[in-house]
Design a protein around this ligand. Sequence first.
Ligand SMILES: NC(=O)c1ccc[n+]([C@@H]2O[C@H](COP(=O)([O-])OP(=O)(O)OC[C@H]3O[C@@H](n4cnc5c(N)ncnc54)[C@H](OP(=O)(O)O)[C@@H]3O)[C@@H](O)[C@H]2O)c1
Length: 251
Amino acid sequence: MEWKDGGVFRNASRDHILREVADSLRRLRTDYIDIYQVHWPDPLVPIEETAEAMQALLDQGRIRAIGVSNFSVAQIERFRRVAKLHVVQPPYNLFERKIEKELLPYCRESGLASFTYGALCRGLLSGKLQEDAHFGGDDLRLTDPKFQPPRFTQYLTAVRHLDQFARQHYGKRAIHLAVRWLLDQGATAALWGARHPGQLQPIDEVFGWSLDAAAKTEIDRILRESITDPVGPEFLSPPPRSKPAVLEAAQ
Ligand SMILES: NC(=O)c1ccc[n+]([C@@H]2O[C@H](COP(=O)([O-])OP(=O)(O)OC[C@H]3O[C@@H](n4cnc5c(N)ncnc54)[C@H](OP(=O)(O)O)[C@@H]3O)[C@@H](O)[C@H]2O)c1
């Protein structure tokens, strides 16, 4: 990503990646980065150029593993023709399940690790949010369509039912169920955003139990009945940079 003129834009060009890595290594005061991930595919840069830059960094030992985030299977296949790929980072949670169709099975078949983001759907699945929740500043939830009425009510209803289900069957809460479900679906790691260390305390309750097929069917029923107007995470997608005039003229 490129922070420019007060905005954040996609930029997966070779030059930008090399500059970003150098800046990160300097700021982190380290010689290498364990996993380096391309944040978004960039429509203005051929995937092969991005992949070549990442492979060069791997070969030089400046990064130790390569990842891509928000890439489709077709884009991943193009990338893998040029560079090694270790991990993908798609959005995935009980409310946002697009990857089940293609990407998750693809990861399983090709031995790719999946670090899925948005485990709690930006806090919705924490079970702490109420109808009168207020968000301020640059909080993404101000524009997230799930958090606007009347949809917000539907999602909160689903969380309430999931919480009841988790309590009755496992002695757990919605937050534990949400993360357990991700891991039982086959995600390698569930990225869970925390504003302070205390928010990670529920992690202990995620382990030592699992959800079987019957439980997953019941969860799906709850989702289907509570959320009549579902919407995905597309609003998260950042804009590309504006096309250079030369490229525009050539098309
Ligand atoms: N690759 C990408 O394009 C991309 C996009 C988005 C995110 N990510 C990655 O995924 C990570 C997680 O994303 P996210 O923050 O959107 O995900 P999330 O895990 O779905 O939601 C995190 C939010 O849930 C709330 N929360 C967390 N633990 C809680 C607890 N114990 N009790 C109550 N509320 C709790 C907090 O919000 P409040 O306390 O404010 O309510 C927190 O900010 C990010 O840090 C980032 O690394 C990647």
